[in-house]
Design a binder for this molecule. Sequence first.
Ligand SMILES: C[S@@+](CC[C@H](N)C(=O)[O-])C[C@H]1O[C@@H](n2cnc3c(N)ncnc32)[C@H](O)[C@@H]1O
Length: 212
Amino acid sequence: MRKGERVTLIPITSPRFIDAETLASLPAWNEIFGNDNPLALEIGCGTGHFVAQMAPLHPDWNFIAVDYYNKGCLKTSKRVDKAGLDNVRVIRAEARSFMERCIPHCSLRMVVINCPDPWPKKRHRKRRLVNTEFVGYLSEFMLPGGDFHFATDFDDYGEDVARFMPDMPGFANVLAPDPYRHALEGYPLSKYMLKFMDAGKQIYFVHYRKAS
Ligand SMILES: C[S@@+](CC[C@H](N)C(=O)[O-])C[C@H]1O[C@@H](n2cnc3c(N)ncnc32)[C@H](O)[C@@H]1O
């Protein structure tokens, strides 16, 4: 996109889509979902394959699927509408600024980040979303006992996250003694995971839990 160029957004009319700009800061999530269930956050939901499979497995959690990709939010909204998933809301927003404004501390039962942009060039690695600083930041938003899931097809990213997670205070490795696994039973596969697996790549699954 060139400087000054306007982005035309495809309108999303789904009842499960929320325009982040219309949300109050720290909105009443219990009123939005119509219950007091804990929140689960998927960062970078893409086209919604994961949340559409995960949300029915946890009907007693309220899922917030965030992505700043308009078309992805549209596809995710259509997918969750088709499945009639009332425990999902889709939000187009940049994840960090959204969390800062809208997610209360100590409120997330689960945080999921599947196949985040890998920034493969060495000089771009500092742009990666998941690093020690970000996981420390996430931890403030998580409930005691909350789950942190990270998955990537990118060897160096998977190994890096698996290497620094044991040093993150207040987290325990659910997959111990394995630092990561290449298959995780009961964890749905996202669109990107399937795409990379079709290309013969292995997925790195990392699963940690915040101390109770
Ligand atoms: C490679 S895709 C993976 C999509 C999906 N998780 C999957 O596994 O199929 C990464 C997604 O993360 C989104 N994304 C990256 N950084 C983000 C951020 N800071 N806030 C919100 N979305 C982000 C991108 O728009 C993109 O849809």
